[in-house]
Design a protein. Structure first.
Length: 176
């Protein structure tokens, strides 16, 4: 039994050495005593995916005059990978509704990353492309790379009493 345990430990130690040798993990090397001495060490850094959404503007839809109403906000999406990302829209109250007391007006949200408008569903991530990899505020690029659009249908707005209706739209951007 002891011999089997010793063989198992020996095989595990040998496997650990092989894994370390093939995975690129090396230990620091100390110098030796002499007129000069040289030692070396490895330096590593793991950079995780990072994103930022900026340049958003409040959307004021103006007075309702009996027709559908739309408004937009610019957006800049940065990703240190420069590639794809997901965007998820949520709103106060758990739905895309402009609220005034107990009265609600449903609204629709769409996002355009330059490839056309994509309707967003509340709480559902939508995959997008084209994040800026060099400019986290789109200043160097000279223009924002996204647009948020909000649409209120006349049939929804005409079904509620007069008053001011509001909502907070939250946009979550994640690396893809």
């Amino acid at each position: 039994m002891r011999k089997e345990a010793a063989n198992l430990l020996k095989n595990m130690a040998l496997g650990g050495v092989l894994i370390a040798a093939t995975s690129g993990v090396y230990a620091a090397n100390d110098g030796t005593i002499g007129a000069t001495s040289t030692g070396d060490l490895n330096i590593s850094l793991q950079v995780d995916g990072a994103v930022k959404i900026s340049n958003l503007s409040d959307i004021t839809l103006g007075p309702f005059t009996g027709a559908d109403v739309s408004g937009t906000s610019p957006a800049c999406v940065y990703s240190n990978s420069g590639g794809g990302y997901t965007i998820t829209a949520t709103a106060t109250g758990g739905a895309f509704n402009l609220a005034n007391g107990g009265n609600n007006i449903a609204y629709n949200v769409s996002y355009n990353d330059g490839s056309g408008l994509t309707p967003l569903s509340h709480g559902v991530a939508a995959a997008k492309l084209g994040a800026s990899a060099t400019d986290d505020d789109c200043v160097t690029a000279g223009a924002d790379n996204g647009t948020i659009q909000v649409d209120v249908l006349a049939t929804n707005a005409s079904a509620v009493p007069q008053g001011s209706y509001a909502s907070v739209l939250t946009l979550l951007v994640s690396p893809n």
